[in-house]
Structure formats: structure tokens, C-alpha cells
Design a protein around this ligand. Structure first.
Ligand code: FAD
Length: 363
């Protein structure tokens, strides 16, 4: 663990603020982390992955999230792509794609469309099967990591049911266009992906397609939600560190901020947020690792609670740092912008509440 953290710290250095302002992470950094298998560390060893448990991968995700939410977002997409392949592909496709994902190739997962946001049943992208090829037509929006991706996993409708097709970013008919000036996670490579009559061999359609759309979506999102939950733990840890350091060293009215009770309350609330987010994420990962029947609910709960706490915690951190944290590249300023987006993705807070409310009713 120490070795991998040192490797990541060495590659990231003090550059996340600069990456955030530039809206870009150097591809060499992403490829190196990819080659080390660290962007999707749960891939089993038999597919050349690191074979981490969800809990160990979660702690790694939190560590990356504490340094740079843009990088952590790319990691979430890569992990979600790998998990989708692991779950939906046939044996040959797993052998073909997973070593690529642990070998430096970068991937993104595309569900969302202009008219299909929270309601993915409105997906209109078509995967037309014919002979030994498939043709993909559609337009995806806000795909994290797509501007870096070699492969985009595209969710669409098949003749029968739905499917996920692995589309090389350089295939004829694919057009990837970066989202201009996102609110947060600015270097995460969000992009729209247009697919116009993209012809691919039928081996690109995972598991042959024809699966129920809700199954595909739930499978991929399960990983994404877990990853976001742990990423938010990282945001909270970064905020807690910045705030405690500042409260100890900044003096006002003749005393350190840490001796002003109203500031201490912010510290206490941040600690509670970080600990609560850690505990629910650990619980969800342990459910995942143990194959517990309620792992879906545990994951939604972890994503919901961690992202809500991250939003509040980052706001408190900016409050305590005040002018010292109120510039664009500062860790708490980034946290403030990045955290808000975590309440929107992989099932917004409202969608999580709907799922949790249904769970409450069914108990
Ligand atoms: P809408 O669905 O229009 O929702 C608007 C508001 O209404 C939200 O507050 C929502 O919670 C609420 N709402 C909607 N329906 C209901 C309901 N039934 N009940 C109660 N409230 C409701 N997509 C991908 O496919 N791949 C990615 O990698 C990806 N990465 C993203 C990264 C970022 C930073 C962002 C911002 C988006 C990303 N998305 C990605 C898209 C993301 O999944 C959608 O933005 C999200 O699902 C919400 O959809 P929407 O933005 O269209 O909002």
C-alpha cells in the first residue's frame, strides 16, 4: 500500500491545482497509472489485474480522491468499464479487453443522452446487429474520461433488449467533443460522444447484447457509486487536513482559529462527516466483498451519504479557510466545486433518495 501511494504521489505531486485550471491531466500520468493497474485495481489477477477487494480498492480511491477528484473520476470510469466487461462479457471478450484496461489503455462508460439523464429508460442510441457486425448510432453526453479514452463502452438498444458495445475512440464515425468549462472535476475529460453509423465486429458487443436495460445500468452503476462514495471520503479527508492545519496556524483576535469555538464546531462537523462517510463506504465494500444480498442498497446509501457530506464539508472548509482558500486552484476551492458534482452523477441525490425510500417501504 505504501509503495502504490508513493508511486501515485510521485506522479501527481503538487499539480492537481494546475491540472484543474488547465482542464487536463497529462496523458502520460494516466497511462502510467493505467499500466500499473491502479485505475481499475479490482480486476482479478487472472486477467492481469491487481485483484484488490472492494475495500482495498476503496481506500486507494479515497487516497486518489484526497489528491485530485479529476484523476479519481477517470479512475472511477476506468474501474466501471472494467467491471462492466467483467460482468457482461463472454470469456473471450474478458480475455481480450481486461488486459488492455490494466495495460495502459483508457476507457469511459457512456449512458447519458440529452433526453436520457436520470431516466435512462429513455436511451435512444441504437446498436443494430447484422451478420458478423454491429452498427452504432447515437449521441452521448457528459461522459467522464471520454476525451482521454481509447475505448468507450456505449450503452444502447439492440434489436432485442439492450447492450453495451466497446467502441474504439478512433473508429470511423466517432466524434468526441470536450465539455467546455465544467463546474468541477475540470480535468476529468468530460466529453460528448457522437456515433454516426459506427461499424464494428459483432465481438465488440459484450455478451452478445439482448440484455434488459435496467440490468446493464445497475451493473455498471454499482461500481460507479461505490467509487464515488470513496472518492467523497477522499474529498472530506483533504478538507479536514487543510482545515485543521489552517485553524492551528492562523491567528485572529490574538488566538489561533482553533481556539474560537465556532471554528471548532466546523472542525467537529468535518470530522463527523469524514468518519461517517468512511464507515458507510467500508460497510458497502464489505457487503460487496462478502456478496451480501443488500449490497445494492448499501452502495446507494454510501454514495448518497458520502456525497451529501462532501458537499457540506467542502463548504465548511472554504468557510474556515476564508480568503486563504478562496482562489481557484486551492484544495478547498476545488473540493467545493468537485463535491457538488458528486451529488449529480451515478444517480443524483434525489434518485438515491427514491431508491432508499423504496427500500425503507419494503422492509
Ligand atoms: P435530470 O435527469 O434532468 O435531473 C434534473 C434534476 O431533477 C436533478 O436534480 C434530478 O435529481 C431531478 N430528478 C430527475 N428525475 C427525478 C425523479 N424521478 N424524481 C426526483 N427527482 C428527479 N453520464 C454518463 O453516461 N457517463 C459518465 O461518465 C458521466 N459522467 C458525468 C460527470 C459529471 C461531472 C456530470 C455532471 C454528469 C455525468 N454524466 C455521465 C451524466 C449524469 O449521469 C447525469 O447528469 C445525471 O444522471 C443526471 O441527469 P441530468 O443531468 O440530465 O439531470
Amino acid at each position: 500500500e505504501t509503495g502504490e501511494r508513493a508511486l501515485i504521489a510521485g506522479l501527481v505531486g503538487d499539480r492537481p491545482g494546475v491540472w484543474d485550471l488547465a482542464g487536463e491531466i497529462p496523458t502520460a500520468v494516466l497511462r502510467e497509472l493505467g499500466r500499473q493497474g491502479l485505475l481499475c485495481a479490482q480486476v482479478p489477477e487472472r486477467y492481469t489485474g491487481r485483484g484488490y477487494t472492494s475495500e482495498r480498492n476503496g481506500e486507494l480511491t479515497a487516497y486518489v480522491g484526497s489528491l485530485c477528484s479529476s484523476l479519481r473520476s477517470v479512475m472511477t470510469s476506468q474501474g466501471m468499464a472494467a467491471w462492466t466487461v467483467q460482468r457482461l462479457a463472454d470469456a473471450g471478450q474478458r480475455q481480450a479487453y481486461l488486459p488492455l484496461l490494466t495495460g495502459g489503455k483508457l476507457a469511459a462508460v457512456a449512458f447519458s443522452e440529452t433526453e436520457a439523464g436520470s431516466d435512462l429508460s429513455a436511451i435512444g442510441t441504437r446498436i443494430t446487429e447484422g451478420g458478423d457486425e454491429v452498427v452504432v448510432d447515437g449521441a452521448k453526453v457528459w461522459v467522464t474520461g471520454a476525451s482521454y479514452a481509447d475505448l468507450v463502452l456505449v450503452v444502447g438498444r439492440c434489436t432485442d433488449g439492450a447492450g453495451v458495445v466497446v467502441v474504439p475512440a478512433d473508429a470511423p464515425g466517432v466524434r468526441i467533443e470536450k465539455v467546455a468549462d465544467p463546474l468541477g472535476c475540470r480535468a476529468a475529460g468530460h466529453a460528448s460522444v457522437r456515433l454516426d453509423s459506427v461499424r464494428l465486429p459483432s465481438s465488440a458487443l459484450l455478451g452478445g447484447g439482448g440484455q434488459p436495460l435496467p440490468l446493464l445500468v445497475t451493473t455498471a452503476l454499482a461500481y460507479g457509486r461505490m467509487s464515488v462514495a470513496w472518492g467523497c471520503v477522499g474529498i472530506l479527508r483533504a478538507c479536514l487536513d487543510a482545515v485543521t492545519e489552517h485553524a492551528r496556524t492562523r491567528y485572529q483576535s490574538g488566538r489561533p482559529l482553533a481556539e474560537h469555538q465556532l471554528v471548532v464546531r466546523h472542525l467537529a462537523e468535518l470530522l463527523v462527516a469524514e468518519q461517517s462517510a468512511t464507515r458507510v463506504s467500508e460497510h458497502a465494500s464489505r457487503c460487496w466483498d462478502g456478496g451480501a444480498p443488500d449490497q445494492v442498497t448499501a452502495t446507494v446509501l454510501a454514495k448518497y451519504l458520502s456525497s451529501v457530506h462532501a458537499v457540506r464539508g467542502a463548504a465548511s472548509a472554504v468557510q474556515v479557510l476564508a480568503s486563504a482558500g478562496a482562489t481557484d486552484g486551492h484544495v478547498v476551492a476545488r473540493a467545493y466545486r468537485d463535491a457538488k458534482l458528486m451529488e449529480i452523477i451515478e444517480g443524483s441525490s434525489e434518485i438515491c433518495q427514491l431508491i432508499l425510500g423504496q427500500h425503507a417501504l419494503s422492509r
